[in-house]
Each structure stands twice: as structure tokens, then as C-alpha cells.
Design a protein. Structure first.
Length: 306
């Protein structure tokens, strides 16, 4: 999620409300949100028609996670100035916080329409709309927005990492594993140049390799993930699956045991270890793990996916 966007309004009803608004922005940037809200309150008291005051207060409430108050303030700001894309974009973020994705998408649509000539802001709006589509599991629409964000962010490596990362996740959910691998590899290339590293990129790329039954490359990525985050149960689970697919059963059992040690509530770890025990000829332990998996997730008894 990117907040992005700079409001275009420059007309000030009076100097005093703007002074309080700026002070509110400073407090908000410092994390002193309660103080920020008091400053925005004063700006609005001095000028009840001050759209930017409502916008600032809405942003502060958003930072608090108070999404209803944020939406109320941005709605008032939009009523006062319906031409500012910033308000629509930010209200869209608050709607996403409330899992009201259709309303968020409608706001991003309007932000895109209003700011069609500003490539930097457009990239943020497309990215945010893509995230809303992805959360609705409408991955084709999400990818179309991420495509546009990537095009607009061509010279911004930090934003490109976010764009490719999120597009890769959408491709992963769509089972387009080659495309997902391309995106995650691009993220890793950009991270190398920026000297940063997100371990979960390795986890996701490893998962794509795993689904392609490219066991060795999957294991390499899970190895990297575990080096960076040695307490990540999911990484041990996925590497255990890879070793199971490769037929290295003792390594699979060891990794799946570690995953269970780190997170004993994951039914899939018990199910996978049950399969490993069964293939290794230990039916007693296989039945015990299978029983535990069903206890944690009764859907497994009906043959449903974990």
C-alpha cells in the first residue's frame, strides 16, 4: 500500500488555519497523532470550509487505524473540494482498511481520472487499486494495474520493487508460476542494487519453484529464507515439501518437525510429515500425524485443501 499523491490545492482561506494544518502535519510525521488531531481541529474551527484541514485530520485518523473517522473526514474534504485526487486516494486506503474494496476501487477510479496528467501520482493510484483488486481475488484486474504502475515507475527502483513483488504474488495465486518467478527475480535484482533484502521474496519464489517441481531451486530459495529468518516456520514447511518431492525423506521429516516445533497449529505441516513417514515405511507415526492434522483442520478428512 502506498499513500502517495500530493494535494494540489494552494488556495488558503486564511493564513492561520494553514499554520495549524502544517503543525498538524509535523506532529503526524513525528507519530504524535493526538497532538496532530488537535492542530487540525483548530484549523477547522478557524475555517469550517478548509478542505485541507479535514484531509489532514483524516490522514491522522488513518494513521491511528481509525478508519471510520478517516472516511468521514475525507468525505467532508471531498464535499468541499471534489477536484482533489489526494482525498479520493486516501479515502480509498481507509476503505481498504475496512475491507470495503468496491468503495476503495471507486475512489481510486476517481483519483486516476482527476490526476491523469501526473505520472508519479498515477503510479500510486494504480498500485493501490491493484492491491484492492488482489484483496478481492480479482487477480487479472490487479495485474493490469500493477502493469501500469510498473510502466509509470520505470525510473523509481524502490517503487518498482513493490510493483513487481505484488504482481508476482498475484501471478502466484493465478498459478502462473513462470511469470511469478520473473517478478520475484526482478525484485531480488533491484534489492541487490539498493542493498536491501526482503526474505519473503525468496519464500514466494521458492514456492513458485516448488509448484513447478523444480525441487533444487526451491530448496536454494528456502535455504536463503531460513538464513535470513531462522524462526520462520513456513520456510521449513516449504523446504520440507521440496525434500519430500525430491524423495529425501529424512531431511523432509526433519524440516517438517522444525516447522511443527515453531508453529504447532499448522495442520499442513502434520499432513506433509504424515506423507513423509508413510513413504519412509513408518505407518504408526504417519497415522498419528494424520490424526493430528485432521484434529487441527477437519476439512482434511473431507479431502479438502489445507
Amino acid at each position: 500500500m502506498r499513500i502517495g499523491g500530493m494535494h494540489k490545492a494552494t488556495r488558503l482561506a486564511s493564513q492561520e488555519p494553514e499554520v495549524f494544518r502544517v503543525r498538524g502535519l509535523v506532529y503526524d510525521s513525528m507519530g504524535a497523532i493526538s497532538h496532530a488531531i488537535l492542530e487540525f481541529d483548530e484549523a477547522i474551527r478557524l475555517d469550517p470550509g478548509f478542505a485541507l484541514g479535514y484531509g489532514g485530520r483524516g490522514a491522522a485518523h488513518f494513521d491511528q487505524g481509525a478508519f471510520d473517522q478517516a472516511i468521514s473526514n475525507f468525505t467532508q474534504a471531498i464535499t468541499l473540494d471534489p477536484t482533489d485526487a489526494y482525498f479520493f486516494n486516501y479515502r480509498g486506503l481507509a476503505y481498504v482498511g475496512k475491507e470495503q474494496y468496491d468503495q476503495a476501487i471507486a475512489d481510486y477510479d476517481e483519483a486516476i481520472r482527476l490526476d491523469s496528467d501526473d505520472s508519479e501520482n498515477l503510479a500510486r493510484y494504480h498500485f493501490n487499486r491493484g492491491l484492492a483488486f488482489a484483496l478481492k481475488k480479482q487477480y487479472h484486474q490487479a495485474i493490469a494495474d500493477y502493469d501500469e504502475a510498473i510502466r509509470l515507475d520505470a525510473d523509481d527502483s524502490e517503487s518498482l520493487m513493490d510493483d513487481h513483488y505484488n504482481r508476482g504474488i498475484s501471478f502466484l495465486y493465478m498459478k502462473e508460476f513462470d511469470k511469478a518467478i520473473e517478478d520475484f527475480t526482478r525484485v531480488l535484482d533491484l534489492e541487490t542494487s539498493s542493498q536491501s533484502c526482503d526474505a519473503r521474496v525468496l519464500l514466494f519464489r521458492g514456492t513458485a519453484y516448488l509448484n513447478k517441481e523444480n525441487w533444487d531451486l526451491a530448496i536454494m530459495d528456502f535455504d536463503g529464507m531460513i538464513r535470513l529468518e531462522p524462526q520462520c516456520a513456513e520456510a521449513y514447511l516449504e523446504r520440507g515439501k521440496a525434500y519430500l518431492g525430491k524423495g529425501i525423506l529424512e531431511r523432509a521429516i526433519k524440516d517438517l518437525g522444525k516447522a511443527i516445533q515453531l508453529d504447532g497449529s499448522d495442520a499442513s505441516a502434520y499432513l506433509q510429515r504424515s506423507l513423509a513417514y508413510e513413504k519412509n515405511g513408518d505407518t504408526t507415526k504417519a497415522k498419528k500425524d494424520y490424526k493430528k492434522a485432521i484434529q487441527l483442520d477437519p476439512c482434511l478428512a473431507k479431502g479438502k485443501d489445507v
